[in-house]
Design a protein around this ligand. Structure first.
Ligand code: GDP
Ligand code: IMO
Ligand code: MG
Length: 428
């Protein structure tokens, strides 16, 4: 058995899709354990580009089983759209290559409406969500009023749960948020149709994944978002509503934590974030704009421009601690090419104290001043390098320093969006 987790070590968009696709070559099963179609993963295979949101990146191989675990939230309408989009690009999707947990929660139209309404209500304090209904759907799960895939598959149960939910949600939407109510018949009939289209994929995913593990299959657990968007250890409240850390795997798939062997943290060579919230190493200047343009840092899901800044090793250290990162895959070192000098944040100064962890209080985090180490830059030659030895000497120094500061090995370096622009560096 080889089970490994791929997680984003920062605020998302680290290149998880590309790395999952690369690592999936050795996997038999690829499993998503949290989040929903708030994710946006771009994967380049040959000269084709695929934009995935909910479906695991292993779907681009014909022989892999892809599973959406119970911790995932599923928008059936958008999921069917994504299946059609992939089929049009020639990807084969059948019940042999895709399964959905019967315990996953369903994103309903009122979740999306509430996501938008709550964000407007927050005004200047809005989180900057993707508007996909993620927060309200997980709220219902925790509140125990959620509709699960198994409920959607049973017309009587679905009817009963939808009626109760609509009573509550319509009251909220009309009386609190001044929005239009939803009509039962329209949603009921539309969603029964989605249920029929998705039925073939539904299974008890915990039982299936456990069987695969017992049969010594290689399982890749594909994280969405990133460690700092974790509901417990992220920059709360500017986070998503699930456990994005590797700790989310056990609960989000239905397997024991002792079945996870290794954790690959995907770390971009610099830092980006979308949405609101403090960002100590942010470069809100020309340099940040240079990185944004060179790295095409625009969101796949919402098209928003990503805020860019220097690499923050404090964040990576948290990923090692909270997610148990066993090695890092560092992506996009080619984006930093052409800069004379670069910085890595190694700690924060807060008042007269120096810390190397992320404080819980966002007010404290906002006061943190990064302590930097400076490095010399490298040129575009890195994007054609295919081994660690071929990398520019300054890029090697930068990477080795990341290992020293975080205490975790770098196992992979990515120098471009394509599959072959990737190198294993286990011998660092
Ligand atoms: P994810 O959400 O973590 O899967 O990341 P995104 O797909 O949202 O954003 C990463 C972007 O960077 C995608 O467009 C990838 O194709 C691209 N990418 C991944 N690795 C590299 C790399 O090493 N170099 C460059 N230039 N682009 C990369
Ligand atoms: P991938 O998987 C970057 C951010 C949103 C917002 C916050 C909450 O592509 O890395 P939500 O809609 O989840 O309630 O929004 O989380 N966010 C992401 N940022 N990459 C993502 O996914 C994200 N998914 C959510 O911008 O700040
Ligand atoms: Mg993304």
């Amino acid at each position: 058995m080889a089970t490994f987790v791929v997680i984003g070590a920062q605020w998302g968009d680290e290149g998880k899709g590309k790395m999952t696709d690369y690592l999936a070559e050795d996997a038999n099963v690829v499993v998503r354990f949290q989040g929903g179609n708030n994710a946006g993963h771009t994967v380049v295979v040959g000269d084709k580009e695929y934009k995935l949101h909910l479906i695991p990146s292993g779907i681009l191989y014909e022989d892999k089983l892809n599973v959406l675990g119970n911790g995932v939230v599923i928008d059936p309408k958008d999921m069917l759209k994504e299946i059609n989009y992939l089929k049009e690009l020639g990807v084969k999707i059948t019940a042999k290559t895709l399964l959905i947990s019967d315990r996953a929660h369903v994103i309903m139209p009122y979740h999306k409406a509430l996501d938008g309404a709550i964000e407007s209500f927050r005004g200047k304090k809005s989180i900057g969500t993707t508007g996909k209904g993620i927060g309200p759907c997980y709220t219902d799960k925790a509140e125990r009023t959620g509709i699960r895939i198994c409920d959607l598959m049973n017309p009587e149960v679905f009817k009963e749960k939808l009626m109760i939910n609509l009573e509550i949600k319509n009251a909220l939407l009309t009386k609190v948020y001044n929005k239009e109510p939803f009509k039962f018949d329209e949603i009921y009939n539309e969603y029964l149709d989605y249920a029929d289209k998705l039925r073939e994929f539904v299974c008890d995913a915990s039982v299936r994944v456990y069987d695969e593990i017992k049969n010594n299959k290689n399982i890749l657990f594909e994280g969405a978002q990133g460690n700092l968007l974790d509901i417990d250890y992220g920059t709360y409240p500017y986070v998503t509503s699930s456990n994005t850390t590797a700790t989310g795997v056990a609960a989000g798939v239905g397997i024991g934590p002792n079945m996870i062997e290794s954790v690959v943290g995907i770390a971009k060579a610099y830092t980006t974030r979308v949405g609101e919230g403090p960002f100590p190493t942010e470069l809100d200047n020309e340099l940040g704009q240079y990185i944004r343009e060179k790295g095409h840092e625009y969101g796949v899901t919402t098209g928003r421009s990503r805020r860019c800044g220097w690499l923050d090793a404090v964040i990576l250290k948290q990923a090692v601690r909270v997610s148990g990162v066993t090695s890092f895959a560092v992506t996009k070192i080619d984006t930093l090419a052409g800069m004379e000098s670069l910085k890595i944040c190694v700690g924060y100064k807060i008042g007269d104290k120096i810390i190397d962890y992320i404080p819980a209080s966002l007010e404290d985090l906002a006061k943190c001043e990064p302590i930097y180490e400076e490095f010399q830059g490298w040129d575009d030659s890195v994007s054609v390098a295919r081994s660690f030895d071929e990398l520019h000497p300054n890029a090697k120094i930068y990477l080795k320093r990341i290992e020293e500061i975080t205490g975790a090995k770098i196992s992979i370096v990515s120098v471009g969006p394509k599959r072959d622009q990737t190198m294993r560096v286990d011998t660092l």
